[in-house]
Write a protein that binds this ligand. Structure first.
Ligand code: T46
Length: 143
């Protein structure tokens, strides 16, 4: 995973074990061990067109860890004060995203599969889907 621009509190890489043998590789995630929250939900994005843009929101409470199980994509993150971006392409490395982080995803490779492990079940009321509302909530002034 490659990072550019400024590091943001609440964003970090989580490395997972890899069990390698001639039959292939195996990686596992254990709640209460590898993640800083209890697992409430897993979802995945697939059949994503290469020119798709996903995300474009922040969460009030939700924490997540995002993985590229196959292929690659870019994750842009923004806490209202700093912006950063990560390329996800290694299924052993997840990107932890805390609450109150605006995220946008693009540059999906052909056949990319994104898996997300989340701290809460789906709740539309947990989303900021309007950037100005998010910026106001984090006390940031737009320039
Ligand atoms: C995030 C990025 C990485 C559900 O019904 N249940 C679910 O668990 C999810 C995630 C979504 N939905 C519904 C809500 C929308 O009607 O599926 C539709 C598409 O969701 P959304 O536009 O939020 O999808 P993405 O890919 O833009 O964002 C998702 C997550 O919502 C978000 O938390 O961080 O993946």
């Amino acid at each position: 995973m490659e990072t550019s621009r400024k590091p943001i509190d609440g964003i970090r890489t989580i490395g997972l074990p890899q069990i390698h043998d001639p039959r292939g590789d195996l990686t596992f995630v254990e709640g209460g061990n590898h993640l800083p929250f209890d697992i409430a939900r897993v979802y995945y994005l697939y059949n994503v067109p290469v020119d798709a843009e996903r995300g474009g929101h922040a969460h009030k409470e939700l924490e997540q860890v995002v993985f590229a199980l196959s292929g690659s994509f870019r994750m842009k993150v923004d806490d209202g004060h700093k912006k950063s971006e990560y390329w996800l392409r290694d299924p052993r490395k997840g990107l932890y995203i805390s609450r109150m982080i605006w995220r946008e995803m693009d540059r999906f490779s052909q056949g990319a599969v994104c898996m997300v492990i989340a701290s809460h079940r789906y709740d539309e009321n947990d989303y900021y889907r309007d950037y100005d509302t998010f910026m106001t909530a984090v006390g940031a002034n737009r320039q």
